[in-house]
Design a protein around this ligand. Structure first.
Ligand SMILES: [Zn+2]
Length: 195
């Protein structure tokens, strides 16, 4: 059994200049790229998730509440859906073993709702490789990072969120997210970065 790193949604639309910008997103993108390089060999596998929307229904809104509805973002084929340029080199250099796409026709905040291009789910992919422990990083702490970590714990992985490599949309929802994660048995390390 061994540990994998799950990098959640480090995409242009979730960083400064994107359509749903999370303050600190670009800074975290660079930090995660460094983590991936530095941790070479420390993780059995490193994977990334991507928000990958075609028609996600009420997840998109002209009057978003930033809880359940958001401005249009990460539309398949759009520039905003691409990995942030400060993180992309970690992918291009082969440090990321697989990419999981989620949310074609739904909100899909959890990476565990994602699958590879050939349809393998994140859970099946990890279990086929005897992964028991997960470190989760990425954007946003109070949305997709939270959902991914909670789902990971729910399906039986031992999960830790590395807060120094996450960015949250808002302080209050990030605080609530950290409480939910602790209650679910998810370990938290580092300090939360919030707007
Ligand atoms: Zn989305």
């Amino acid at each position: 059994m061994s540990r994998a790193l799950i990098i959640v949604d480090v995409q242009k639309d979730f960083c400064e200049g994107g359509s749903v910008p999370v303050k600190g997103g670009a800074d975290r993108a660079a930090a995660i790229a460094e983590l991936v390089q530095r941790a070479d060999g420390q993780y059995a596998f490193v994977v990334a998730t991507r928000d990958h929307h075609i028609d996600p229904g009420a997840h998109f809104s002209d009057n978003p509440d930033f809880q359940d509805s958001f401005p249009v973002h990460c539309v398949v084929g759009s520039e905003g859906s691409e990995f942030h340029p400060d993180f992309a080199p970690a992918v291009d250099s082969g440090h990321v073993d697989e990419i999981f796409f989620k949310g074609a026709n739904s909100a899909s905040k959890s990476g565990f709702e994602g699958s590879t291009k050939d349809g393998t789910t994140l859970s099946a992919w990890l279990k086929a490789r005897d992964i028991a422990d997960l470190d989760v990083v990425g954007i946003a702490t109070d949305h997709c990072v939270k959902a991914t970590a909670l789902d990971g714990a729910r399906v039986g992985f031992t999960v830790r969120v590395l807060l120094d490599y996450t960015a949250g949309v808002a302080a209050d929802t990030t605080r609530t997210a950290l409480d939910e994660l602790r209650q679910a048995g998810v370990a938290l390390s580092g300090e939360p970065v919030v707007a």
